[in-house]
Design a protein around this ligand. Structure first.
Ligand code: KG4
Ligand code: ZN
Length: 344
């Protein structure tokens, strides 16, 4: 099944082509440069940029996959969660194409897409044997979610963010450290050079035995340290930026790992799946790999960096699984607050 999928949920215009779950093209036009000067994503700028670039990104994807639009059998698009006016652009385009070529349409949940990045294959001989039930950790700029996935399309939520999402906390702390926007990945890079034992921050919700996540307290604790150090107008030294980054990252990741470990103690699962932009974090992967070994589960994370970040290949792969179950839609609207459980 040849699928063309579109994701315009936030500040990346992305179009992908897949043959079943094999990714043939995954084009991303990043708008970071447009939003940088504002220190965050400006919805109206995102909408306009999506409108300006969507056709060009589609053409690029077709060219890379060596296909024409008439050979597409199913169109997939992100319905939510995301920025309403940004989502609209992709949805309008997908509806237009499905109607022009008289082909079925699949609406995909963006976070389910991040999860299905694990089922994407980069070539046809690659087998992806993920055993259920699986424990799923989705960590991005907008979400920190823990699920039990019993089968394709069957989810049970264990926990979610109570305030800032983990990627958002990385970005906010990076900004406090003067690392610009979006600084999460740069913070993680600088953390490698720092000493994580210099600053002792408490692990959030350490005594609370549930599966929810909170980062606002940790963020405030860091803000306090930075304020103290820069009180008389002195700038942070590079080594201090690295040490604060490392100390923050250690605790931020520890919080995730504590939740995952408790879930592995309680639920009998066969696999552990990681998804979302923060899945690019090397320390997180390292700890999850170790914990998966300890509890004898197989650990999966997206195969390459593009599949970690916002991209349409993950939407195409999800659309394929949904299309196989006949989950097509005729008319639908954007759903900015869409949850995974409501997607089925
Ligand atoms: O999934 P994604 O691309 O967009 C959303 O759906 O939110 O995730 C972006 C988030 C940003 O907050 C970014 O700072 C974070 O992922 N991120 C990282 C790393 N790379 C990206 N956070 C920690 N460590 C990284 N290496
Ligand atoms: Zn995302």
């Amino acid at each position: 099944m040849i699928i063309l999928a579109i994701d315009t949920s936030c500040d990346d215009t992305s179009v992908a082509i897949s043959s079943d779950n094999v990714v043939l093209a995954n084009i991303i036009f990043s708008q970071v440069a447009l939003h940088k000067e504002w220190g965050g994503v400006v919805p109206t700028i995102a909408k306009r940029a999506h409108q300006e670039h969507i056709d060009g990104v589609i053409q690029k994807a077709m060219k890379q996959a060596k296909m024409s639009l008439s050979s597409i059998e199913v169109f997939g698009v992100t319905q939510g969660p995301g920025l309403a006016i940004a989502l609209e652009v992709g949805i309008a385009k997908a509806k237009e194409l499905a109607s022009t070529y008289n082909k079925p349409l699949v609406a995909v949940n963006h976070m389910e897409g991040h999860l299905y990045a694990n089922f994407a294959a980069t070539h046809s001989s690659q087998k992806k044997d993920i055993q259920f039930p699986a424990l799923v950790l989705l960590v991005s700029g907008g979400h920190s979610d823990l699920f039990i996935m019993r089968d394709h399309g069957h989810y049970e939520k264990l926990g979610e963010k109570l305030d800032d999402a983990v990627g958002e906390a990385f970005d906010k702390v990076a900004r406090m450290l003067g690392l610009g926007y979006p600084g999460g990945a740069l913070l993680a890079k600088l953390a490698e050079k720092g000493d994580s034992s210099i600053y002792k921050f408490p692990v959030p919700l350490h005594q609370v035995k549930d599966f929810n996540f909170s980062y606002s307290g940790l963020k405030t604790a860091i803000q306090r340290v930075i304020k103290e150090k820069t009180a008389n107008g002195t700038l942070l030294a590079q080594y201090e930026i690295c040490d604060i980054s490392a100390s923050f990252q250690r605790v931020a990741i520890h919080h995730l790992i504590e939740r995952v470990e408790r879930a592995l103690q309680i639920y009998e699962v066969k696999s552990l799946l990681l998804g979302g932009g923060v899945s690019a974090n090397l320390l997180l992967r390292k700890h999850l790999r170790n914990i998966a070994k300890k509890y004898h589960v197989e650990f999966f994370y997206p195969k390459n960096k593009k599949l970690c970040m916002d991209n349409a290949a993950m939407i195409a792969v999800t659309a394929w699984y949904k299309a196989m179950r006949g989950e097509f839609v005729k008319d639908f609207d954007r759903n900015p607050g869409m949850s995974i459980e409501s997607s089925h």
